[in-house]
Structures are given as C-alpha cells and as structure tokens.
Design a protein around this ligand. Structure first.
Ligand SMILES: Nc1ncnc2c1ncn2[C@@H]1O[C@H](COP(=O)(O)OP(=O)(O)OP(=O)(O)O)[C@@H](O)[C@H]1O
Length: 639
C-alpha cells in the first residue's frame, strides 16, 4: 500500500475520534506523509535552501585547456615548486654521464700517475651532487603526487555533488556502474594526467633532448649512426604497442563484466542465500573469470613477445654502438671515457623516449576521462534541486490537487501514463487510490514528490503549483515507505526460473504456468520480447506490482507462497502506520478492502485518468463500475 498524508488544523480535533484505515503492512509499498503543522498564512517568496544547482558551474562553456587550468590553479604553488625540483634533478641526472666519463678517462688514461687524490675528490663531489639530485627528485614526486590527490579529491566531491543533484529521470537512463567509474577511475586518471604524468612527461622530454644534444656533443658521428637505427625500431614498437593496448582493453572489459556480476550478486546476497544459489553464482563468476583468463593469456603472450623483442633490439643497439665506437677508438677519434658517456646518454635517451610514449598515452587517457567528467560536472539538472518558494508553515493546510495532468516517463516517452488526469485530495481527508497494476498509482506519488514534472497540467499544494515550490522543502513534508522486490539483470523467464532448484532444467511451460498463477502473464506478454524481456538495471523499467508478481512467480517455482510478516509483526507495523496517519491528509494506494473501506474518498485510476471518484459504498453500488469489478477481483486480498 502507498499513502500520502497531509496535515490540517481541523484534523487535530479528530485525533482521538475517527478510526483510521487498517492499511495492511504486509502489502505496504509506500506511505507518503505531509507533516502536520500549525496555522498561519501566505507565501514566503524567494527563500532558497542552500545553493542553487541550476547556476552554471564556473568552468562551464570555457575551453578544455581553461577548464584543466582551473583544476590545477589551486595547486599552482606546489606544482611550480615541483617543476623547480624537477629541473634540478634532471640537470644533475643528465650531467652525471659526462662526469662519469671524465672519471673513467682519469683512471684509464693515467695508469702510471698517482690519480688517487683527484679521483677521491671527484667521486666525493659527485656523491654530494647525486644526493642533492635524489633529494630533489623525492621532493618532486611527493609534491606532484600529493597535488594530484588533492585535485582528484576536489574533482570527486564536485562530481558526486553534481550526480546527486540530477533529476530522477537521469538515473532512469544512466547505469550506476558508469557513474561509479566516472567517480573512481576517471577522476584518478585525470588527476594523474595533470600532475605526475605531466611532470614525468616534462622530465622525459627534457632528458631526451638534452641527452641527444650531449650525444652529438660527445660524438657527432656515433650520434648520427644511432639516430638512423632507432626510429624504425620505435615505429615498430608503437604499432605493436597499439595492438597490446587493444588486447589489454578487451581484458579490462571482460573483467569489468565479471566485476559487475560479483557486485550485483554480493548486493543481493539475501536473495541468493534464500534460494540457496551460492554455488551456482560461484560457477557463473568462475566462467566469467575464465574468459578473463583466456584474454589475459593472449595478452601475456603478446607482452612476452614485445618485451623480448624490446630487450633484444636495445641490446643490439648497444652492441652496434660498442662496435662502431670500438672501431672509432682504434682510430683515436674517441676516448674510452667518451664512449662510456655516450653509452650512458644513449641509455637515458632510450629510457626518456619510452617515458614520453607512456606520457602521451596517459595524457590521451586523461583527456578522454576529462571529457567524460566535464559532461557530467556541467550537466544541468532538468528539475531544480534546491530553489524556489517555501510556503509559510503556519498557513500550511496540505490540500493536494492534480489538474489536467499529462505525463510520460522520460525513459519511455512513447507511453503516456496520464492523460488529462485530475484528482483533488482535500486537506485532512483520507483518500484511497485504487486501479489496475501499472495504471500509475506510484507515479502519482512520484509527481507529488516532484521526482518528475508533468508534460502539461499542474500538481498543486494548497493551491500553489509545486513547480514554484522548493522541492527540498516539499519533500521534507513527505515521508515515503516503499517495499520493492529485487530482480536480476536478465530476462523475465530467467528471473522466474531462478526460483527452481535447477533453473536450466525448467521448461518454458513451467515458467509460463508460474507467471499465470502470479497474474503476470498479461503484462509480460504486452512487452515486445515477452518472457525474454531483460529486466533489472539494464532492462525495461517495471512497476512495483509487476516486479512483485515476477518475484511471486519465482517463489512459486520453489515453494508455495508465504507471507512476509507474521501476525504480531503486522500488528506492530499497522500501529506505527496508524500513528503516522493521525491528523494528516492521507493518500493510500491500496489493494486491501479493509484499507479502502476506511478511506473518506476512493479514486479509481484507469487508462491514465480518474474514472470513478466517491465513497466506497457509492462506487460499489454502481453495477458496471470499474471499482466494483476491481473489488470483486481483489476481494480475496481482504481476508
Ligand atoms: N521509471 C520509469 N520509467 C519508465 N516507465 C516507468 C517507470 N516507472 C514505471 N513505469 C511505467 O509506468 C506505468 C505506471 O507505473 P506505476 O508504477 O505508477 O504503476 P502502479 O499503478 O503503481 O502499478 P502497481 O500497482 O503494479 O505498483 C507502468 O506501465 C510502468 O511500466
């Protein structure tokens, strides 16, 4: 049952008087309560609760580069310091081969002279310089990483806030996993790209160019030779690298699927436990990770080839440099120290070029993540989040009215749920809303909560269109209790067959029979794919009662249906509901006769509008009335 309860001053006098409807807690789906407040009058225009989510974020509409800069700006002090330390450590790193070559020459060319003292001085000096280089590098890494983390934290907080302010229709259309990915990996990717990766890239770029310069300085001949050999190898490496990335992406995708399965099953552990399906789920997960393993094996094979070839070509380049350098030494164009320096520079250049290529791919990943993040960060909620008028609480009556409302869910715009729907719920009344499953009873509550706006027509509270009211304030006056069964992201047939001990051996006839007993056949057959319609997070969106009937069919395949609450429990919940409804305007969405009989008014919802409205007895006395037919069908529920 779903109810809305609205307060009235008069209702106070009735507190101890009128008996309230006995809404069945076992069937309770939702109770919406408009809290009761004392008298007064008028609008309090222009009051806002907190921030205004419809204001455009500061970065909106600016260029991509400007947006990135706006993220980095708060960290500019730390980042500038990090770049300074980066310059110091790079200069030291790149001067090392030159001085190490000098040391080798001192040792090698003066074997007969006593070079011990100058060697000690040179080594001690270089050790101090290296220590400074190491310290500068450590400080750089710390500053970059901590700035990156701060940027990521700021990004995550604004993103989470932006997500939570989106309208409900956005969540109808967007998968949760996608949003979680934005929050966790995309923010981390962008943060890293802007800090550590940028600094690694800067360092690699500086070291590669200084290294190449020094190679030419030490030996122009040898440098020309190396630079004619390396580029073709690099091109091959880039092509192979792309292939590897593709493979690695398939592995990641397959892993993501396995993770999604695990996430859903862990989240629904109670249902799995109740059906004793732990081992079935373990098997399903096992076959998913087996697929990941197959892809990972292929990737490992490709990687093994790549690293083997990379190592071999590196060694071959070094060998050819030694060979050519050796020949040059023989003809006295080069000293042994120069050859050593050259080799060390070549080594650094190789490392730096590798660093540059990973900088590039990380940068691309970061920019891709950034694009996706901006889209979400700058998305304007289509319904206001926390702005609008707040009614003066003293004059608050709690009278509700739906006038000529047309409505279709944004996720299914082609299906009109309401067509010219009008309903008046007087202040302090108890109105029961009845109607066939899927007729839009829950939608009435959603419109009341302003989770969606009608396409046309108005929903008003005390005569004020709720579109002018602050939704946060409006919802603060409404309490909702709901009870929804959980379905898995697979077909309706699989969801029903899930109840059997061995789902694979369940026949289509058994599934259909269970659905028929659970009164689910007609709505299932109304879907184009019938029993093969995929439901759950990715599938079509079902009404609460439709989901319940699928769940009932699922339970029917296992054991006979049992009630969720025992009598005592039900009594306790009922008492709480009675207290909740006391002195309030109540809208009960009811199936039970006992509940409906106690309502002051009954409204029958059929084909998008109210088809009958009046007292229970009046409606029941109409010979061909829809209400009468509905009651006849559902009377077994009143027991
Ligand atoms: N979020 C949604 N997006 C798209 N369609 C929806 C959504 N929620 C419900 N619907 C559809 O809107 C129609 C009305 O649903 P609603 O939940 O209001 O029915 P109901 O009368 O409360 O049904 P029940 O008694 O079975 O709970 C149904 O056809 C349903 O499939």
């Amino acid at each position: 049952e779903r109810s809305c309860l609205l307060p009235t001053p008069q209702a106070r006098g009735r507190r101890s008087g009128k008996k309230l409807p006995r809404a069945s807690s076992a069937q309770a789906l939702a109770v919406a309560v408009l809290a009761r407040l004392a008298g007064g009058s008028g609008w309090r225009a222009g009051r806002h609760f907190g921030d205004n989510s419809r204001q455009r974020p500061a970065a909106a509409g600016r260029s991509e580069a400007w947006k990135l800069l706006s993220l980095v700006r708060p960290e500019r002090g730390r980042l500038a310091a990090a770049v300074g330390f980066l310059a110091v450590s790079s200069v030291i790193t790149m001067s090392a081969p030159f001085f190490l070559g000098k040391i080798i020459d001192v040792v090698y060319t003066n074997p007969s002279v006593d070079y011990g003292e100058s060697l000690t001085r040179l080594c001690a000096g270089l050790t101090c310089v290296f220590l400074c280089g190491a310290a500068a590098n450590a400080i750089r890494v710390y500053l970059m990483q901590s700035s990156g983390q701060r940027i990521v934290n700021r990004l995550r907080t604004s993103l989470f806030s932006s997500i939570l302010k989106q309208e409900i229709a956005f969540f109808d259309k967007t998968r949760t996993g996608e949003l979680i990915n934005r929050l966790s990996s995309d923010t981390a990717l962008l943060g890293r790209s802007l800090t550590e990766n940028l600094s690694d890239g800067l360092r690699a770029g500086a070291q590669a160019s200084v290294g190449i310069g020094m190679m030419f300085f030490v030996s122009p001949n040898l440098a020309t030779f190396v630079l004619s050999v390396v580029p073709p190898i690099s091109i091959l490496a880039v092509i192979y690298g792309r292939y590897l990335r593709k493979l690695s992406k398939s592995t990641q995708d397959s892993l993501a699927q396995a993770t999604q399965l695990a996430e859903e099953r862990i989240g629904n552990i109670r249902t799995i436990r109740a059906f004793g399906k732990e081992m079935t789920e373990v098997e399903k997960y096992g076959s998913q990770v087996e697929h990941v393993l197959q892809l990972a094996r292929k990737e490992a094979f490709a990687r093994a080839g790549f690293f083997g070839a990379a190592g071999l070509s590196g060694n071959l380049v070094v060998l050819s440099v030694l060979y050519k350098g050796g020949l040059m030494m023989g003809s006295t164009h080069m000293t042994v120290g120069e050859l050593s320096s050259f080799l060390m520079y070549a080594f650094w250049v190789g490392l730096s070029i590798g660093g540059l290529s990973s900088f590039y791919s990380e940068l691309m990943k970061g920019l891709g993540a950034g694009g996706r993040l901006w889209e979400l960060l700058e998305r304007q909620p289509q319904l206001p989040f926390n702005e609008g008028v707040v009614l003066d609480e003293k004059s608050f009556q709690g009278a509700l009215e739906f006038r000529n409302v047309h409505f279709a869910y944004p996720a299914r715009p082609e299906v009109l749920v309401f067509q010219d729907f009008s309903l008046s719920i007087p202040s302090g009344s108890i109105t029961a809303l009845v109607g066939p499953s899927g007729s839009g009873k829950s939608t009435v509550v959603s419109l009341l909560l302003r989770l969606y706006d009608p396409a046309s027509g108005t929903v008003s509270l005390d005569g004020h269109d709720i579109r002018q009211l602050n939704p946060v304030w409006l919802r603060s006056k409404i309490g909702v209790v709901s009870q929804e069964p959980v379905l898995f992201s697979c077909s309706i047939a699989e969801n029903i067959a899930y109840g059997a001990d061995s789902p694979s051996s369940v026949t289509a006839q058994q599934v259909q029979r269970a659905a028929a007993v659970a009164n689910a056949t007609s709505f299932i057959q109304s879907f184009p794919q019938g029993f093969d319609t995929v439901v759950g997070e990715k599938g079509v969106l079902l009404s609460g009662g439709q989901k319940q009937r699928i769940a009932i069919a699922r339970a029917l395949l296992k054991v006979s249906l049992s009630h969720a609450l025992d009598a005592e429990n039900e009594h306790l919940v009922q008492e709480a509901l009675d207290r909740l409804m006391e002195g309030r305007t109540v809208l009960v969405i009811a199936h039970r006769l006992s509940t409906i009989k106690n309502a002051s008014l009954v409204a029958v919802l059929d084909q998008g509008k109210i088809s009958e409205h009046g007292k229970h007895e009046e409606l029941l006395s109409k010979p061909d009335g829809i209400y009468r037919k509905l009651m006849n069908k559902q009377s077994f529920l009143s027991s």
